[in-house]
Design a protein around this ligand. Structure first.
Ligand code: ADP
Length: 156
């Protein structure tokens, strides 16, 4: 089983992906680590890695051909077509998201960018463009990590 976990930064992708990796014995792959390992992408003025979508997609699909039982974690993944069995889209309400991003020390501008992204369903729109509806599992991560995970397991 190959899974993809996506959503706006702060929705809980990393936490949930690692729980999935542990539960199903999957190899955990973070998009940024994967890009750096494959020497793709470049850092912008804010020191964020900008990932070239098509190049990442090609390399990730090659990786998925050779590696079964993988969970990919990343925000940018919603913009690609990866050969996975399920796409897990995490959502969170704006107040909780704002708090999580502030706790991370994000600037006000960066918080607003991400809140905007969540508010306009940026990831969901891309996921629906790139994957069939039957692959999509949408989960809210508003309460706590264990509850979110249990809800997800019931839908997998
Ligand atoms: P992402 O990988 O999407 O950027 P993280 O997994 O790093 O997000 O989680 C961001 C923050 O939200 C962390 O402080 C984490 O403990 C918290 N968090 C993650 N999932 C949940 C959840 N389901 N309910 C409440 N808080 C969560």
């Amino acid at each position: 089983m190959n899974l993809l976990v996506t959503g706006t930064p702060g929705v809980g992708k990393t936490v949930i992906s690692k729980m999935l990796a542990q539960k199903f014995n999957l190899k955990y792959v973070n998009e940024k680590d994967f890009a750096l390992k494959n020497s793709i992408g470049s850092f912008n003025d804010e020191n964020e890695l900008e990932i070239p979508i098509k190049e990442f997609e090609r390399l990730a699909n090659e990786f998925l051909k050779e590696n079964k039982n993988v969970v990919f974690d990343g925000h940018t993944l919603c913009e690609m077509k990866l050969n996975v069995d399920k796409v897990i889209l995490l959502r969170v309400n704006p107040d909780d998201l704002e708090l999580r991003l502030e706790n991370r020390g994000y600037s006000t501008e960066k918080c607003w960018d991400n809140l905007f992204c969540e508010g306009i369903d940026y990831c969901k729109k891309h996921v629906l463009k790139n994957y069939s509806k039957s692959k999509l599992i949408e989960i809210n991560s508003n309460f706590n990590e264990k509850l979110t995970f249990l809800e997800l397991l019931a839908k997998l």
